[in-house]
Design a binder for this molecule. Structure first.
Ligand SMILES: Cc1cc2nc3c(=O)[nH]c(=O)nc-3n(C[C@H](O)[C@H](O)[C@H](O)COP(=O)(O)OP(=O)(O)OC[C@H]3O[C@@H](n4cnc5c(N)ncnc54)[C@H](O)[C@@H]3O)c2cc1C
Ligand code: FES
Length: 252
């Protein structure tokens, strides 16, 4: 769905990471795990919109937490209060589609966020909190600058950084002890998701942030390999996902 919103703020949190709030119509509704595809430029460079997970959503606004990595995100970082943003969304399915309250009642719920994958997981963490469902958050990034503890105040969280500058030192996945009563929801680099595939758990549900072109199911640039038996198939992350049962995905 094509939408328009007004920038409320676009704050620089550190050298490369920004926190953007967009005022949207009251009728706008999104679920955790969904994303929006933003037209970041008023000219044709870059031509394609850029996808961002919804970091937070309350009635009348959505928040995005993003890292400047190239031309598109640089242009987004130049947006000012009152600027109009044109975006498509919400797009994709949700963690909530995989959340069966009865089945999950007796389980330990772990959320795992790697780098900017924190945005997507944060929205789900807020959803669980609102529903008074207990969970533990495992949050990993390269270094202290890329960890946003201020957004974790009400969470039971374990933090790890590659260089040990915040929380424990090492990959966040090395601090997760799963068992048959654990359900893992995760979002982050594919290397992290691949490691999580080998952690013992009752279920593992992951949101993928593949490179996207159209974000509308047409160009196939976002496909991942799916294996539900002997045959494998491809799924479009933007259309069938972004959230999948991690055991069904073949990560190369
Ligand atoms: C569903 C989805 C949700 C996303 N949510 C967020 C988010 O919440 N916060 C955030 O900071 N980013 C998020 N991203 C990534 C974000 O869309 C890209 O960083 C952005 O499109 C880069 O645009 P650019 O023009 O600045 O960079 P480009 O010039 O297009 O690329 C610059 C560099 O970034 C790398 N890059 C671009 N896209 C991706 C990607 N999808 N995955 C890994 N590397 C990439 C390129 O390889 C290149 O090295 C998400 C991506 C998807 C598909
Ligand atoms: S991005 Fe074009 S099909 Fe998914």
């Amino acid at each position: 769905m094509l939408n328009q919103g007004k920038v409320v703020f676009n704050r620089k949190l550190n050298n490369t990471i920004y926190y953007l709030r967009i005022k949207v119509p009251i009728s706008f509704k999104a679920q955790p795990g969904q994303f929006i595809n933003i037209k970041v430029s008023d000219d044709y460079v870059p031509l394609l919109r850029r996808p961002f997970s919804i970091f937070n959503h309350e009635r009348g606004f959505i928040d995005i937490l993003y890292k400047v990595v190239g031309n598109g995100t640089k242009k987004l970082s130049n947006k000012k209060r009152e600027d109009i943003l044109d975006f498509i969304g919400p797009v994709g399915n949700s963690y909530v589609d995989f959340f069966y309250e009865d089945e999950f009642k007796e389980k330990n719920i772990y959320l795992v966020a790697g780098g900017t994958g924190f945005a997507s997981i944060h929205f789900f963490a807020r959803w669980l909190l609102r529903k008074k469902i207990k969970f533990k958050l495992f949050y990993g990034a390269k270094n202290k600058k890329e960890i946003f503890q201020r957004f974790c105040k009400n969470f039971d969280v374990l933090i790890a950084t590659d260089d040990g500058s915040c929380g424990k030192k090492g990959l966040i996945t090395s601090f997760i002890n799963g068992d048959k009563d654990t359900i893992i929801f995760c979002c982050g680099p594919q290397t992290m998701l691949k490691t999580i595939q080998s952690i013992k758990a009752y279920k593992k549900i992951a949101s993928f942030e593949s490179y996207m072109g159209c974000a509308n199911g047409v160009c196939l640039s976002c496909v991942i390999k799916i294996n539900k038996g002997k045959e494998f198939d491809y799924a479009r992350v933007c259309k069938e996902g972004t959230v999948f049962d991690l055991d069904d995905v073949i990560i190369i």
